[in-house]
Ligand binder design. Sequence first.
Ligand code: AMP
Ligand code: ZN
Length: 114
Amino acid sequence: MDDCLFCKISKGEIPSTKVYEDDDFYAFKDIAPVAPVHVLVIPKKHIANIASLTEADADVAGKMLFAIQKVAKLLGLDKDGYRVVFNTGEKAGQTVLHMHAHILGGKEMAWPGV
Ligand code: AMP
Ligand code: ZN
């Protein structure tokens, strides 16, 4: 999508601190981290959010969990644990309408945290 911040980041048109990339996914450091480790994982395909997924996205949606698993391991979070957040829609505070998983870690986290 031409006018999408995260599409531009995944294509390298806007700079980011890359953590991981493969054919389908791109992961980079969040510009305003809320935890010692805060990385975003995005599909290269433009999908607005979980609410707008269709059956045609089943493959990418499934693979995304494995991409998250891989990135968390690369970041050294797999042993101690991490949180994965998909803000979806306005009331959840989604500000960028390109589906993304926040991987948060490196500290003790409270739950519930809403
Ligand atoms: P959300 O509020 O769930 O839509 O999350 C969007 C996230 O994108 C926020 O945590 C922002 O800090 C982050 N963000 C916005 N612009 C950039 C950017 N240029 N590079 C990295 N992270 C960004
Ligand atoms: Zn996009």
